[in-house]
Design a binder for this molecule. Structure first.
Ligand SMILES: [Zn+2]
Length: 85
């Protein structure tokens, strides 16, 4: 069957991407995805869900272990990762 330009364009009229909906955290004022925990302070609807400090420490330790395994000075690796951001 003939596939017209109009058919193609009608179909594609529904392909647009919707903008993500962001909310402002009541506790720290940062924007976060709706219905998700704030990644900055670890709270959801005012309730502490994620221990942000512990998570940051864990991430730092993981980076140190990785740097050690690669034979890089952990402090230098820390500076390099900070420059990437
Ligand atoms: Zn927050």
């Amino acid at each position: 069957m003939r596939h017209t330009h109009a058919h193609t364009r009608n179909r594609r009229s529904h392909h647009a991407l919707a903008a993500i909906q962001l909310s402002i955290c009541k506790d720290c004022g940062k924007s976060h995805l709706r219905h998700t925990t704030c990644q900055n302070c670890g709270k959801y609807k005012g309730v502490q869900v994620i221990d942000v400090a512990a998570r940051a420490l864990k991430k730092e330790n993981r980076a140190k272990v990785k740097a050690k395994s690669l034979g890089i000075d952990p402090e230098k690796a820390k500076i390099a990762s900070a420059e990437k951001k």
